[in-house]
Design a protein around this ligand. Sequence first.
Ligand SMILES: *[C@@H]1O[C@H](CO)[C@@H](O)[C@H](O)[C@H]1NC(C)=O
Ligand SMILES: *[C@@H]1O[C@H](CO)[C@@H](O)[C@H](O)[C@H]1NC(C)=O
Ligand SMILES: *[C@@H]1O[C@H](CO)[C@@H](O)[C@H](O)[C@H]1NC(C)=O
Ligand SMILES: *[C@@H]1O[C@H](CO)[C@@H](O)[C@H](O)[C@H]1NC(C)=O
Ligand SMILES: *[C@@H]1O[C@H](CO)[C@@H](O)[C@H](O)[C@H]1NC(C)=O
Ligand SMILES: *[C@@H]1O[C@H](CO)[C@@H](O)[C@H](O)[C@H]1NC(C)=O
Ligand SMILES: *[C@@H]1O[C@H](CO)[C@@H](O)[C@H](O)[C@H]1NC(C)=O
Ligand SMILES: *[C@@H]1O[C@H](CO)[C@@H](O)[C@H](O)[C@H]1NC(C)=O
Length: 437
Amino acid sequence: MRRQEMCLLLGVLLAAFLGEAGAVTCFAGNNSFPLCTTCSGQCVDTVGCYCTEDAIIPCLPTFACNPDTTQCCPDNFFWFTNVTCCSEVLNCEPACSDDEVCTSQAGYAVCECNPATYLHANRSDITATSECESSAMTVSFSKCLLQRFKYNMSDMYTSDTTCTVTTYEDVIENKSVVKAQVLTLNGWCGNQMTINSNDKKVTYSNALYVPPDTSDGLVISNTLRVNFSCTYNLTMQTSLQTVLYPNIGTVTLPSVNNSGDITATMAAYMSNSFTDPYSVGDTLTVGNPLYIGISTTFTDADKFTLRADKCVASPNNSPSQGGVVLISSGCPVTDDVDVQILHNGDSLEVMFQIETFAFQDQSEVYMSCDVSLCPITTPNTCKCSSARLAVRDTVTIQMSPIGVSASFDISSGSHTDVSLWALLGSSLLALLSLRMI
Ligand SMILES: *[C@@H]1O[C@H](CO)[C@@H](O)[C@H](O)[C@H]1NC(C)=O
Ligand SMILES: *[C@@H]1O[C@H](CO)[C@@H](O)[C@H](O)[C@H]1NC(C)=O
Ligand SMILES: *[C@@H]1O[C@H](CO)[C@@H](O)[C@H](O)[C@H]1NC(C)=O
Ligand SMILES: *[C@@H]1O[C@H](CO)[C@@H](O)[C@H](O)[C@H]1NC(C)=O
Ligand SMILES: *[C@@H]1O[C@H](CO)[C@@H](O)[C@H](O)[C@H]1NC(C)=O
Ligand SMILES: *[C@@H]1O[C@H](CO)[C@@H](O)[C@H](O)[C@H]1NC(C)=O
Ligand SMILES: *[C@@H]1O[C@H](CO)[C@@H](O)[C@H](O)[C@H]1NC(C)=O
Ligand SMILES: *[C@@H]1O[C@H](CO)[C@@H](O)[C@H](O)[C@H]1NC(C)=O
């Protein structure tokens, strides 16, 4: 019994001791700084906490405060979320990173670079790390190292010196960093795009310049230059630049939410990688698969998808005068031609596959699609659906005509153009007459 009592006592003492060590003294309030509870005070986000009767008197909350806690307490008092009160003890929330210290600036708690961390650093310690996301390239530097060598990190620019880069601060591995972001677009801010057709990669490269901070007239560093690049797989869109004259059709889509000019581009590809575009003048052989891809410059895939409502292959450039419907209401129409939809209305790319065919006595096929950006409101309404949908703002894209050859090798290598043309032509023509559009 005694042993148990002893243990209990020790436990209590230990708990008291630990509590003491971690305890933060909450300010109890006085006449100049009352507790909000004693003056019916309220907190307003980004404004602060004030007594209700006299909105000039700041008060100290003892209840959960704003999401942004920097304004919770009057100047020279600091908020502690864990004990829900203001204290005269300096506190930064969230905690400062490893290379910073919490300081009070004009009564506010601010994390500042700790001068001791990089006191003995040299300039070669300044390294840049680049991250390659699909839509942006991000270069990050240690914020405190740049500050140590007096760089002006709010004034970074790229090889296009007129282009000021957006920078923002972050914490990586508990070190404060400053990040600069450049969009993955050819020519943007001086980006240079190089394509390697062999390994089907596209590389965007640029340089980032960090000028010295000259505010006090003392310059201790030269402008820092960092080369960076990101390599990506070719996409449907970027692969169009691997050939001189890709067979494409481009239209401007109606702007959504003032997004500026949006275009959609339709192109023909040789394989289901959709990175091997056909050129204008290439001739396809009847019966071989043909891949049609439509991409857009619009990038918000969370809100919209790209949808081909209707696609028509026709013997001339006026699809309304007759042709074969390949896609209708976003669904494949497989009566005449084998159409397989790989993507439609489920992303910002439309991809489908058909078997190459020809019209009688025509060496070319014209392909056109009615496309729209489809808002993702309820799932699946952008995909193939038989349900009648409200009339969409579709725009018609037409590609350059695709050359089609019906010649094909019989085992001996002789050609049987005429018979095959006739065969295909008559069957298609028969179907066409039934379903003129
Ligand atoms: C509350 O957090 C501060 C630092 O943020 C710490 O010093 C203190 O020990 C914590 N108090 C309790 C009761 O956890
Ligand atoms: C209230 O407390 C603050 C902070 O300790 C102090 O500066 C101020 O003089 C006090 N005011 C009164 C009226 O005691
Ligand atoms: C970062 O370092 C600081 C100071 O060393 C420490 O208080 C904090 O808990 C660390 N944060 C993380 C997420 O590790
Ligand atoms: C810079 O500092 C690193 C260690 O932080 C050291 O290895 C390197 O030799 C130094 N370089 C110069 C030029 O002083
Ligand atoms: C950094 O550059 C900007 C833009 O040129 C300038 O407004 C700012 O005063 C500079 N800051 C420092 C600390 O040199
Ligand atoms: C950056 O690239 C330029 C040319 O593109 C080259 O002259 C320079 O040496 C490179 N700098 C570094 C640090 O690699
Ligand atoms: C890039 O292409 C390769 C091979 O074509 C593939 O294995 C890889 O997953 C692709 N990477 C991305 C990020 O799509
Ligand atoms: C348009 O922008 C507003 C505000 O940015 C946003 O709330 C709305 O969802 C956007 N509409 C669409 C269709 O994206």
